[in-house]
Design a protein around this ligand. Structure first.
Ligand code: DQQ
Length: 535
């Protein structure tokens, strides 16, 4: 039954029970990784929001702590909503978060560690001088929340931006401070975009133009680009723009002159929301966390006793072409890999379907390369499809024979394939070159009618003529399927609830339903061990 907890993940972050949503204030401080999260201590549905807290030395095993911030004073008595941590050098770390105050207004507060000599920073205090920022001067008290990590401006003073919606326009409202206590609103926002709705959980950080290193949030040299990410509440999806930070004017300047939210890039084209990054000073990388909501019903959440997981932490960097970000699960995750299946130089002929045996199909990490001997059979792409890849994934799904593809994996599959999640590619010939489509189709993922089973899709920005092969990595962990195509250039995450997880006869297949033979020079699938996560 649902309550048997077969949908609970093994190596994705979850609290022991109850509701979790956004990742909050992730940070690395004095040898310890901290993750806070929006948490309901009383139930498996959203409400009573406090800051859950957990610590780790390796991003894989997590030790639970008591909630770090909980509703206690007039400035947060109705909820402690999302926010971010700032490591203030030579001083203590600080958390900026949104409090729902006694009048149900959204205000921004600070919390600081009670005892800096506690290596785990278990207790946090919320000083009485809160709130720091209030919804005045045209700010809507119900659309003003989620402060970012603060950074240094040209005058060495602090800057921070807060998500808002002003007259329908998504906005990152900018504030300045010399002491982290008194904050003054800047005349211009960091950025605003027409008609994009409320910007939840905005994030703003530098990425080097070259290489995979991460940078401290205050870094602003010449060879650095800036990412501005916003979580669009209407679509529950995370979008970003690349650009520059004009440190004199204190504004974000997007690379593209077209600032239209419908064409913004996405971290992930599936279920992935309210993400937040932090700079890992130890390993000099930028890491993102994100909330993966359930796709089943509230009634089921109550039966299971929990809802919400975090995506695997991902290292994030700028693609060498400068056009987009690349994401890859943190290296540490590979330490969980155990025996599995390893294949070399296999062929997938037309209609080919083979089972990847010898791997725990419900808890695995799969890496596969698909090599395309020829592009001749790529079908023509009608340009109108470019605007709606998920529709293309629905209409030309894994069961529809094509030329070059569909080929890929059938995940969490029952032996008769009545249930399966299809993660696959198709290659098309468009007017200006070949296009690689990635789909994650959940429509047959479960026989249960009540769960949401969308099909997700996106094109992979790659040159298939030059590269000759497409890589796919998929993390399978009971009710989550996280896919990274083209080395992390396109990511799609899905939540799935197959009945076969409960009955236990789960399979993993590779398939090709195109007329062209596909080669698999290498396929590796590992069982994933179960780390200690909040037990
Ligand atoms: N979740 C929080 C808000 C944020 C939203 C409340 C995003 O602060 O805007 O739990 O999921």
């Amino acid at each position: 039954s649902i309550a048997s907890n077969q949908y609970r993940t093994a190596y994705h972050f979850q609290p022991p029970k109850n509701w979790m949503n956004d990742p909050n204030g992730p940070m690395y401080y004095n040898g310890i990784y901290h993750l806070f999260y929006q948490y309901n201590p009383n139930s498996a549905v959203w409400g009573n929001i406090t800051w859950g807290h957990s610590i780790s030395t390796d991003l894989i095993n997590w030790t639970p702590q008591d909630p770090a911030i909980h509703p206690s004073k007039s400035f947060d008595i109705n909820g402690c909503w999302s926010g971010s941590a700032t490591i203030r050098r030579g001083s203590e770390p600080a958390i900026l978060y949104t409090g729902i105050d006694a009048e149900n207004r959204q205000v921004q507060n600070v919390a600081i560690p009670k005892n800096l000599s506690d290596p785990f920073l278990r207790e946090w205090s919320t000083p009485d001088y809160n709130p720091l920022m209030e919804p005045v001067d045209g700010l809507d008290p119900s659309q003003f929340r989620d402060p970012m990590t603060a950074w240094h401006g040209s005058d060495g003073h602090w800057r921070v931006a807060v998500g808002a919606q002003i007259a329908g326009n998504g906005t990152a409202v900018l504030y300045k401070s010399s002491d982290f206590v008194h904050w003054v609103r800047a005349a211009s926002p960091l950025h605003t975009s027409k008609g994009s709705g409320m910007w939840e959980c905005p994030d703003f950080y530098p990425v080097p133009s070259k290489g995979r290193q991460g940078l401290d949030t205050s870094e602003n040299s010449k060879d650095v680009k800036r990412v501005l990410k916003m979580s669009l509440s209407e679509t529950q999806s995370d979008h970003y723009m690349l650009g520059k930070y004009d440190i004199e004017k204190d504004i974000f300047v997007p690379d593209e002159t077209v600032d239209d939210y419908r064409v913004w890039l996405r971290y992930d084209y599936g279920k992935f929301y309210a993400s937040k990054t932090f700079f890992d000073e130890e390993k000099k990388r930028r890491i993102s966390w994100a909330w993966l909501n359930e796709s089943d019903t509230e009634a089921d959440a109550l039966l299971k006793g929990w809802a919400g997981i975090q995506a695997a932490p991902r290292t994030i960097w700028l693609d060498s072409n400068g056009r987009q970000l690349v994401q890859w699960p943190v290296k540490e995750l590979e330490s969980l890999r155990r025996n599995g299946a390893h294949l070399q130089n296999t062929e997938l002929k037309t209609g080919g379907l083979f089972e990847i045996k010898g791997v725990k199909a419900s808890q695995a990490d799969v890496e596969v390369d698909f090599e395309l001997p020829s592009l001749e059979r790529a079908e023509p792409l009608d340009p109108s499809w470019l605007m709606d890849p998920p529709k293309l994934c629905r209409e030309e799904d894994a069961s529809v024979q094509g030329g070059l593809g569909p080929f890929g994996l059938l995940i969490l599959a029952s032996h008769n394939l009545e249930e399966h999640t299809a993660v696959f590619f198709r290659v098309y010939k468009a007017h200006n070159g070949y296009m690689v489509l990635l789909c994650s189709d959940q429509r047959r993922s479960s026989l249960r009618p009540e769960v949401d089973k969308p099909a997700y899709g996106s094109f992979v920005d790659m040159n298939i003529e030059k590269e000759g092969r497409i890589s796919l990595r998929t993390l399978i962990d009971h009710s989550v399927v996280e896919s990274f195509a083209g080395g992390g250039r396109t990511c799609i995450t899905a939540r799935v609830y197959p009945e076969v997880l409960v009955t236990g006869d789960i399979h993993l297949y590779a398939f090709n339903n195109g007329t062209e033979t596909i080669k698999i020079p290498k396929l590796q699938a590992w069982d994933m061990a179960k780390p200690w996560i909040n037990v």
